[in-house]
Design a protein around this ligand. Structure first.
Ligand code: NI
Length: 128
């Protein structure tokens, strides 16, 4: 998700991306990316091979915001429950299981929404 955000951050930090530096500034940057988005993303690892982001959805209905995946990616859910996927035409529901990853090819365009009445999160691994 939001593959271009990391590139912008790379420019800001001159390529020296360190998870210990990515605190409030990154949160602000990620939330500015889509004003309707209520989920927050924290980049845990970024290098020339991969970017690993933890996405947190505090409430039911919280969403990533509309985005297009520019890279193949995997998602590891940190909860068991429902992710709603808005592809711009329909909203579908995906059952996910804690710790059970799924893989998607680049090109996906969607908004991802917390479909649970509890906070949820997942780890996204992008293959740059
Ligand atoms: Ni996505």
């Amino acid at each position: 998700m939001t593959a271009h955000v990391g590139k912008e951050l790379s420019l800001i930090f001159g390529g020296i991306l360190d998870v210990f530096l990515l605190t409030s500034l990154e949160q602000e940057k990620l939330s500015l990316d889509n004003k309707s988005a209520k989920a927050s993303g924290v980049v845990l690892v970024e290098n020339e091979i991969t970017r690993i982001t933890e996405w947190n959805f505090p409430k039911c209905g919280d969403n990533t915001g509309w985005h297009e995946h520019e890279c193949d990616y995997s998602v590891i859910p940190m909860f068991s429950g429902i992710l709603k996927i808005d592809d711009g035409t329909t909203i579908s529901e995906s059952s996910v299981e804690i710790g059970k990853p799924y893989f998607r090819k680049k090109g996906a365009r969607h908004d991802v929404i917390n479909g649970n009445d509890f906070p949820c999160s997942f780890i996204e691994i992008e293959y740059l």
